[in-house]
Design a protein around this ligand. Structure first.
Ligand code: HEC
Ligand code: HEC
Length: 275
């Protein structure tokens, strides 16, 4: 590694040798990652080499405007931050834990301009209240450590998809979600019916998680009926339960919470609809 163009004496200071324990699961503690946390973490862990704006420095390349880094899938970007790049001056940051690594990745995306210019169609503060209140999204979904386990953690959904996609899923989960992410319903030989989220479907068995959180395993030989994907586990009636403005508020909350503190006070709500 001594010949590397980017060889830096700095990495010695940065806990490079610390191969901490992988914190693989999303933590449920009260220390949610946010982009303001991301800002601080980026400046203390990355800026020395990559520059405060991520555009590169003496010791490391541009990771903000370089198109190959912008094009990295989120998983790969997170992988590089966690594991570093062996044989180069890029250390791994696994020891920070999953939440902090994610916060850094989200902040880096904002430096790349991927999310800074998102125009929010609604009010993220009202959206947060809806998410945990009237709309009951949190019965199934978690956001920053609060909420249910049956469905995807939505803390960083805004780093992957935009307002349009979030609205689409809320309005019509039965068609917007792929079949494998919709509900599975089985009827057993003894006539019992179970509906839940599909966890495993192999030649011989089906495993699912029901809304109450319980896991159920069924040998296929004991089932008289299996239905995967003809309906969604996510309620299909939000279109009638929520106003269009409320759906925009929810989408705005999920976009905003992925990129920064949801109570940060800077501008939002240019009233542009995306349909
Ligand atoms: C000690 C200096 C140093 C620090 C600190 C550092 N990096 Fe790096 N980073 C590098 C170097 C050097 C490379 C280029 C590695 C190579 O030669 O491919 C790199 C590469 C990368 C890449 C891949 C770039 C590409 O072209 O694929 C990403 C992404 C990245 N760093 C993100 C980060 C983030 C985020 C942080 C803070 C958590 C960070 N780095 C901290 C030195 C550093
Ligand atoms: C009864 C459980 C349930 C409720 C309540 C629920 N969802 Fe979902 N949601 C799901 C399931 C199941 C999926 C698909 C599987 C997965 O993503 O884990 C899903 C998927 C999604 C996705 C797509 C995730 C992805 O990775 O593509 C979004 C976005 C979403 N829901 C938003 C919401 C919002 C916003 C609310 C509240 C208005 C809500 N959900 C209420 C169960 C629920």
């Amino acid at each position: 590694m001594l010949g590397s163009k980017w060889m830096a004496p700095l990495w010695a200071l940065l806990g490079f040798g610390v191969t901490g324990i992988v914190v693989a699961q999303h933590s449920t503690n009260a220390n949610p990652a946010s982009a303001s946390q991301g800002t601080v973490l980026f400046s203390s862990n990355c800026a020395t080499c990559h520059g405060a704006d991520g555009r590169g420095g003496e010791h490391a390349p541009d990771i903000a405007t370089a198109s190959d880094v912008q094009r990295l899938a989120d998983q790969n970007l997170i992988g590089i931050i966690k594991n570093g790049i062996a044989g180069t001056g890029m250390p791994g940051f696994d020891w920070l834990g999953q939440d902090k690594v994610l916060a850094i990745a989200v902040y880096l995306r904002t430096l790349q301009g991927k999310t800074t210019s998102v125009a929010l169609p609604g009010d993220p503060v009202r959206g947060e209240a809806l998410f945990f209140g009237k709309a009951q999204c949190s019965e199934c979904h978690m956001a920053h450590g609060k909420g249910g386990f049956i469905a995807a953690d939505l803390s960083y959904i805004g780093a992957d998809v935009g307002v349009h996609r979030i609205r689409e899923v809320i309005l019509d989960p039965g068609t917007a979600l792929p079949a494998q992410k919709r509900a599975v319903t089985v009827v057993t030989n003894s006539g019992q019916k179970f509906t839940g989220a599909l966890r495993i479907d192999d030649n011989f068995s089906i495993s699912m998680q029901t809304i109450d959180g319980g896991f159920h395993y069924f040998p296929k030989s004991q089932l008289t009926h299996v239905d995967i994907g003809s309906r969604s586990l996510m309620p299909g009636d939000y279109r009638s339960r929520l106003s269009d403005a409320e759906i925009n508020d929810l989408a705005s909350y999920l976009i905003r919470t992925s990129t920064r503190n949801s109570n940060s006070s800077d501008t939002h709500a240019t009233d542009d609809e995306d349909e």
